[in-house]
Design a protein around this ligand. Sequence first.
Ligand SMILES: Nc1ncnc2c1ncn2[C@@H]1O[C@H](COP(=O)(O)OP(=O)(O)O)[C@@H](O)[C@H]1O
Ligand SMILES: [Mg+2]
Length: 252
Amino acid sequence: MTVGNGSNGAGRHQPVSAPLLEVRDLSQAFGAMLAVNNLSFEVYPGEVFGVAGPNGAGKTTLFNVITGFLPGTGAVLFEGLNINHLKPHQICRNGIARTFQIPQVFSTLDVFNNVRFGAHFGNPHLKNENQVIRDAIDFVGLKGKEIAIAGNLDLFHKKSIMIAAALATVPKLLLLDEPIGGLSPTEIGPLIRLIQRINKELGITIIVIEHLMKALKELSHRLMILHYGEMIRIGTPEEVMVDKKVREVYLG
Ligand SMILES: Nc1ncnc2c1ncn2[C@@H]1O[C@H](COP(=O)(O)OP(=O)(O)O)[C@@H](O)[C@H]1O
Ligand SMILES: [Mg+2]
């Protein structure tokens, strides 16, 4: 783990390595409304970085700008390279994968071909593509369901397909948009453990948007709270959850 202890006054870590992702003065406007407002933060290699905030705070928009689905002003540096002029597939090929808040699967395709799409998006010339696909399917626990049609599966399995497709792009950084949202209480634990295994066993850095604070506390090394597109606090979950402003605007 390369993350610091988060105990300095600004709630920032003293990095022991260069950031994997640096967001600098990032803004994104829908008409006159700034969905992301001059946001700056860093994510370090090995971290699970949580993002929370009220509905409409700009969390999904932030992911859309980082992954090239929406334009933004400011800079997004990944391994020191400015990626905010790149297209989504180019950003993915640099090592950033994502999942979506509303599960996006190809309903008429089977599990294997859904995950193949991810592998291809990440690298169209992958030599060991079938092995990468099988490994991703096994890792998320979908082994045996390779020929199941995605549209016939429940939400938990659709989310698992989306995560497997993201893993098949062989990312260094994985962005998860509300991976736990909509799951039943018995499904939440397994999904949290899957996210932890992706981080620990595969060594993939993770940014996770989530509403369930209990899950975020369990998962995140550091947490950022957004409100009207602005960062109101970054720190360890313990620091953030006792913060007066965070309690006012989010935790109530
Ligand atoms: N495509 C869009 N067009 C116009 N406004 C949008 C669009 N997407 C999001 N917004 C607005 O941007 C703000 C941030 O939305 P979003 O990033 O989805 O928030 P969150 O994920 O934190 O709930 C909200 O006010 C939302 O209504
Ligand atoms: Mg959202």
